[in-house]
Write a protein that binds this ligand. Sequence first.
Ligand code: BEZ
Length: 212
Amino acid sequence: MGLHLGDIAPDFNAQTSSGEINFHEYLGTGWGILFSHPADFTPVCTTELGKTALLQEEFAKRNVKVIAISVDPLGKHAEWIKDINETQHCQVNFPIIADENRNVATLYDMIHPNASATATVRSLFVIGPDKAIKLMITYPASTGRNFTEVLRVVDSLQLTAKYSVATPANWKHGEDVIVVPAVSTEDAIKKFPKGVQVVKPYLRYTPQPDLK
Ligand code: BEZ
């Protein structure tokens, strides 16, 4: 059976470029991102892992731990990390799982047989502090993901978790957010002291609540 939003992210033990880990212990009490790529020493993957490494500070600010996975062995990961650091001008300091036997790839349905019988597609899971899956995206091997977009989604998810707000289409940090339907306008006015703009009874905006 496939995974769904809200499911508890399956736990596992795995060998990684940073030693053996237990996934849930690695995540601890914060947020997590698990993302797969098809193979080591491939061009798009090299840029993706480099971009993720360059954004490490941004992930850390949001209390997000990142972990990558491919079905290549540990020795290959170690050699490839040197190339990523050299070519992308970064330091990869998050673990890369060596999933040679495809245990984790199978658990997370990362192998799509009609795309490739053996390699993982570009799956990405955002996992909340409650270990529930908050976001799943799947890209084909030929399209590198936009990690600035991944950060934007994390910002949205964290605002929802803390303030019961949603974010509109193309929302960017600093722009007005939407009061979720479950909150009445009367309660929203009490909850959001910066003000509530009622465009329609079901479409209500308020300034981003965590900004001064
Ligand atoms: C890549 O990671 O560069 C890649 C992998 C498979 C197909 C195309 C590109």
